[in-house]
Design a protein around this ligand. Structure first.
Ligand code: CTP
Length: 403
């Protein structure tokens, strides 16, 4: 593997010599890029001796550009590891700055990047640093958790660069996972490429009056994860979302609705072209029969308020009743007797498959991870607890084996 190690300014820079040695010893090719800050701590010659390659440090060195420009260097690498990654580097990467060779490389590459932050514990816990880390993670950077312990400045706490062996192991593990993900992606693509998927997600809000509504705690994350993974593996995805606080995944057409009735109409409009319909939305079973036109006022002398509710259309059951219908998947979010209730819903709604989901305190709703059991008339498969993206991947694979 071709590994590009970026070294930025920090006392931990000396540990990256050992990291370089570990990669070389394991048979990898290594090139090192140092920032000017890094060179304040350690001589480029040391990295050159260990890697067997001249150290790169300048964006504008005409000799180096003739040899291997920053674009070729970005293309050359299979994996980029920035260790140590200083607070300044995290901030620059978050902003997409390209004012030295290392940051320019990062902007110019589509290869996986692992960051090993190292800094004083207060700098690490600073809100700006934490925000930078969170955003870089969202963008796909692999960020190692700094180690805890005594720091060069005398403080004790979190912020030390992980030991070289820990970084080395993390890179290896990450590469193994990458290969697995690519294989999984290829398998999914075989079925989903060109298929049309319709997904509902999130809660519905049923108006009581112009300012109040009846809703539920669904975050929409599961449905959005399904839409995102399906689009990534080549499906044409339409997502019908109730009120959620999530950004639309790339290459997904998202229609925003509020009430169950609006969701029903949107599904009716789009279902004819769907190969698969996944009803992940937590649709309100009832709506207020007659929402008030004006804000309701408290009634003097009365401690009660009575709302008359009327049943909403059952969207997934309606789809499953059509003569020409897609493969229909429902969800059953339950707090007890999960599998039993789910099996009953599978039959009563005439679904092809149902995803049973235990919800409650710290489970299912509003969470990033989940544990679904996938149920059809013939099979049941319990997925181990994992991220909603992983659950979505497993669910889409299960469907591809059935359809
Ligand atoms: N669903 C729907 N339209 C509704 C209600 C539910 O499409 N009006 C779908 C959900 O998207 C989900 C499945 O039906 O796929 C959930 O079934 P349901 O029996 O409605 O679950 P609950 O609302 O939890 O019902 P109950 O209170 O009876 O458990």
């Amino acid at each position: 593997m071709k590994i590009l190690i970026g070294v930025t300014g920090g006392i931990a820079a000396y540990k990256s010599l050992e990291l370089t040695r570990l990669f070389i010893k394991a048979g990898h090719e290594v090139q090192v890029v140092m920032t000017s800050g890094a060179k304040e701590f350690i001589q480029p010659l040391s990295f050159q001796a260990l890697s067997g390659n001249p150290v790169r440090d300048s964006l504008f060195d005409t000799n180096q550009e003739m040899g291997m420009g920053h674009i070729e260097l970005a293309r050359w690498a299979d994996q980029i590891v920035i260790a140590p990654a200083s607070a300044e580097t995290l901030a620059k990467l978050r902003m997409g700055r390209a004012d030295d060779l290392l940051t320019t490389l990062v902007v110019a590459t589509d290869k996986p990047i692992m960051l090993a932050p190292a800094m004083n514990k207060v700098m690490w816990s600073n809100a700006a640093t934490q925000e930078n880390v969170a955003i870089l993670q969202q963008r796909g950077f692999e960020i190692l958790q700094p180690a805890s312990g005594e720091q060069a400045c005398g403080d004790v706490g979190e912020g030390r660069m992980p030991e070289p062996q820990v970084i080395f192991d993390a890179v290896n593990q990450f590469q193994v996972q990458q290969v697995k993900n690519q294989q999984a992606c290829l398998e999914l693509r075989r079925f989903w490429k060109g298929k049309t998927l319709l997904v509902t997600a999130g809660p519905t809000y049923e108006a009581i009056d112009p300012v109040r509504f009846i809703g539920n705690r669904s975050s929409g994350k599961m449905g959005f994860a399904i839409a995102e993974v399906a689009a990534k593996v080549g499906a044409k995805v339409t997502l019908i979302a109730g009120p959620v606080n999530l950004s639309t995944p790339v290459k997904v057409e998202c229609l925003n609705v509020r009430s169950a009735q609006q969701m029903f109409e949107a599904v009716q409009q789009h279902v004819a072209s769907a190969d698969v319909f996944i009803s992940a939305a937590a649709v309100a079973d009832f709506r207020v029969a007659e929402p008030a036109a004006q804000k309701l006022k408290k009634q003097a002398g009365s401690d009660e308020m009575v709302l008359t509710l009327t049943k909403n259309p059952d969207i997934v059951a309606w789809v499953a009743q059509q003569d020409t219908k897609p493969f229909v998947v429902g969800f059953a979010a339950e707090t007890e007797n999960v599998l039993e209730y789910a099996r009953t819903k599978l039959r009563s709604k005439n679904l092809d498959m149902i995803c049973a989901n235990q919800v409650g305190e710290n489970l299912g709703f509003e969470q990033d991870s989940n544990a679904l059991t996938l149920i059809t008339e013939q099979q049941e498969k319990a997925l181990p607890s994992s991220t909603k993206t992983q659950q979505a991947t497993d669910l889409l694979r299960f469907i591809s084996d059935l359809v």
